[in-house]
Design a protein around this ligand. Structure first.
Ligand SMILES: Nc1ncnc2c1ncn2[C@@H]1O[C@H](COP(=O)(O)OP(=O)(O)OP(=O)(O)O)[C@@H](O)[C@H]1O
Ligand SMILES: [Mg+2]
Length: 305
């Protein structure tokens, strides 16, 4: 295990933000930490990174107690937190150099590594502009490049793709794939369920500082929902009568959207149409991680079929 959190609690005053959290992250894969706003994800990452100490419990990273050996642990990991931490008056190249020196890398090594990192995050065209002159997406890419300067064995990414355009997001996914292929362990948070489903071997979903579930995306979907979903976009006033006609079917509500679950997609779609679901607003699709997230953290899953 690269990370082992054991009964970790974090309190700010009387507020319990992380609540007896157990978490084990194995070496060499991509582990996702999901949860609603305020669930305690960033706080957990900060404790793993050693910038804030747990109130109770222990965290071991690479087998070392983070609170006792923060520098030794940090030398082997890279982190991109939710907020960028860049020196705005300096260029990307200068930022990378300053950060490399912090990690005690030689100038020769930096001469070698910086061009590779600029290529890896496709930053070359902006390498010599001051950070203030870069768009948000380029600043984010630079932040990720900085977290790779020490060739970390563990990479922590807190919402790395928020604000990135679709092409850059796709490029970053393939970069994360390359890092994993080289043996880097990745711990990531994201609010994009498609991203989590695509990138992560294992996921934990947190809510109010507690771990609700853990497993592979497939395991979580199979454990919590039937295979097929029909999504209905309709005035919520019609939801109750539709559900009454479908008689005890598993469903979730999210505003105008009503999701109905069953094992046989075509049969489910037919049943919903027969029950009066407006055909123009119906989408039939496989159940996905977003459904699991909503079922566990958002509106409740009810019905007994
Ligand atoms: N330094 C602090 N002092 C007081 N409360 C804090 C502090 N840092 C975080 N909190 C509180 O802890 C809770 C969890 O915050 P955290 O940033 O870990 O959530 P998160 O899961 O990362 O949410 P998001 O998805 O919005 O990034 C929040 O209620 C937040 O207000
Ligand atoms: Mg956060």
């Amino acid at each position: 295990m690269v990370i082992e959190c054991s009964r970790v609690t974090k309190r700010f005053g009387s507020q319990v933000v992380v609540d007896e959290l157990d978490l084990s992250v194995p070496a060499g894969g991509c582990f996702g930490l999901l949860g609603p706003n305020g669930a305690g994800k960033t706080t957990t990452l900060k404790m793993i990174y050693g910038v804030t100490a747990p109130t109770e419990g222990s965290i071991r990273v690479f087998g070392e107690d983070v609170t006792k050996h923060p520098r030794r642990v940090r030398a082997r990991l890279g982190v991109t937190l939710q907020e960028n931490a860049l020196i705005e008056v300096l260029t990307p190249v200068e930022n990378l150099r300053v950060f490399g020196r912090y990690h005690l890398l030689s100038e020769a090594k930096l001469d070698d590594r910086i061009p590779d990192l600029l290529d890896f995050l496709d930053l070359r065209s902006h390498a010599h502009l001051p950070v203030v002159a870069l768009s948000g997406g380029f600043q984010r890419r630079l932040q990720i490049a900085l977290s790779l300067v020490n060739e970390p064995e563990l990479l922590i990414l807190d919402e790395p793709t928020t604000g990135l355009d679709p092409a850059v997001r796709l490029a970053l996914w393939s970069r994360i794939g390359e890092l994993r292929a080289r043996g880097t362990t990745v711990l990531i948070t994201t609010h994009y369920m498609d991203e989590a489903e695509r990138l992560c071997d294992r996921l934990a979903i947190l809510s109010e500082g507690r771990r609700l579930v853990e497993g592979s995306p497939r395991e979580l979907i199979d454990a919590h929902l039937a295979r097929a979903a029909v999504e209905i976009d309709q005035d919520p006033a019609h939801h109750a009568s539709l559900l009454a006609r479908l008689n005890g079917v598993h469903h979730l509500k999210a505003g105008r959207r009503l999701m109905i679950y069953g094992d046989d997609g075509p049969a489910l779609l037919e049943a919903v149409q027969r029950a009066g679901g407006d055909p123009a607003g119906l989408v039939s699709r496989p159940s996905n991680l977003e459904d699991v997230f909503l079922a566990l953290t958002g509106t409740g899953l009810d019905g007994d079929a």
